[in-house]
Design a protein around this ligand. Structure first.
Ligand SMILES: Nc1ncnc2c1ncn2[C@@H]1O[C@H](COP(=O)(O)OP(=O)(O)OP(=O)(O)O)[C@@H](O)[C@H]1O
Length: 286
């Protein structure tokens, strides 16, 4: 499909000078970000970089104390309901109820999103089919595997047919097959609907494979932006200019990440595939 210019007035997401502080901690510190319609945009960064806080401002779950956030032109500070109607959000925290079946969970979200009553059953069934959960739809979510829970949460977010899908670490703690499975389902829906996807992930290989562009966030701001190829090539050129041999292997996205975040990887909670994430996921699906 044709993608809009990310910087155009019709950008799916546009943040300008966004600042959000928790007391003295400026979690987001002058964030400029633009996501074009139809893009899959990956927001990467070490623990504590400000990704979740930025996303919560974009989803209107946090206010916008300074700067501007627009979603398809709607101001997140002043037109929260218009913004909410346009997006589906899969947060880091568990959003499915283990005591309900898959279908009941998605139905609940259909009601919350105000899907018309007469369309509800069909839309719920479509969302469950889109994530491959039709056969398991009437089982309790407590019997689902971690990957199935994530796909259920995806169905919950898709039931309102959002133009923008926001996913905060959608594959964290999943095994490689379940991770691929989640992405395959996202991509199928995307191809059919043309929806825009904004995703945070700590997995560089996923960013490389599935994101059209990535923004590397560190200490509240975007420090590098581009396609994964552009970012790798940029670091490679710089290293050659600094004397690296022409035969040196092309840097990986992880190299780019380390180049930007530097010691920031270590000063809060260790490496970006750190144990904290794994523990959090264990809690999510346990
Ligand atoms: N509710 C809160 N109260 C106080 N400080 C907070 C709160 N939420 C986040 N912070 C702080 O804001 C900063 C940014 O946190 P945020 O969760 O946005 O980062 P992140 O990039 O999403 O990290 P992670 O990859 O671990 O999810 C961190 O220093 C964090 O400790």
């Amino acid at each position: 499909m044709t993608r809009q210019s990310p910087d155009g007035p019709d950008a799916a997401v546009s943040c300008t000078g966004l600042v959000y502080a928790f007391g003295d901690t400026r979690a987001v510190d002058g964030l400029d970000l633009s996501v074009g319609e139809g893009e899959v945009f990956g927001l990467l960064g070490p623990n504590g970089a400000g990704k979740t806080t930025a996303i919560r401002c974009i989803t209107t779950l946090l206010p916008v104390p300074a700067g501007m956030v627009r979603v398809f032109g709607n101001d997140a500070a002043h037109d929260r309901m218009a913004v909410r109607r346009l997006l589906g959000y899969v947060p880091q925290q568990l959003s499915a109820d283990a005591g309900l079946s898959g279908r009941q969970n998605v139905s609940l979200f259909a009601r919350v999103y105000d899907v018309a009553r007469k369309e509800r059953a069909e839309r719920v069934a479509q969302a469950l089919t889109a994530v491959g959960l039709t056969d398991a739809a009437d089982r309790l979510a407590s019997t689902y595997s971690g990957g199935m829970v994530r796909r259920l949460e995806l169905a919950q977010a898709l039931v309102s047919a959002p133009r923008l899908l926001i996913l905060d670490e959608p594959t964290i703690g999943l095994d490689p097959i379940a991770r691929t499975d989640v992405w395959d389902h996202i991509n199928v829906v995307r191809e059919v609907t043309g929806m825009t996807v904004l995703v945070t992930t700590h997995y560089m290989d996923e960013a490389d494979q599935y994101c059209d562009r990535v923004g590397l966030m560190h200490r509240g701001r975007i420090r590098a932006l581009g396609t994964p190829d552009e970012l790798r090539a940029g670091l490679g050129e710089r290293r050659r200019a600094e004397g690296a041999p022409a035969t040196a292997p092309l840097p990986t996205l992880e190299d780019v990440f380390r180049d930007i975040a530097g010691s920031g990887l270590d000063d809060k909670s260790g490496d970006f595939r750190d144990v904290r994430s794994t523990r959090r996921t264990a809690r999510r699906v346990g």
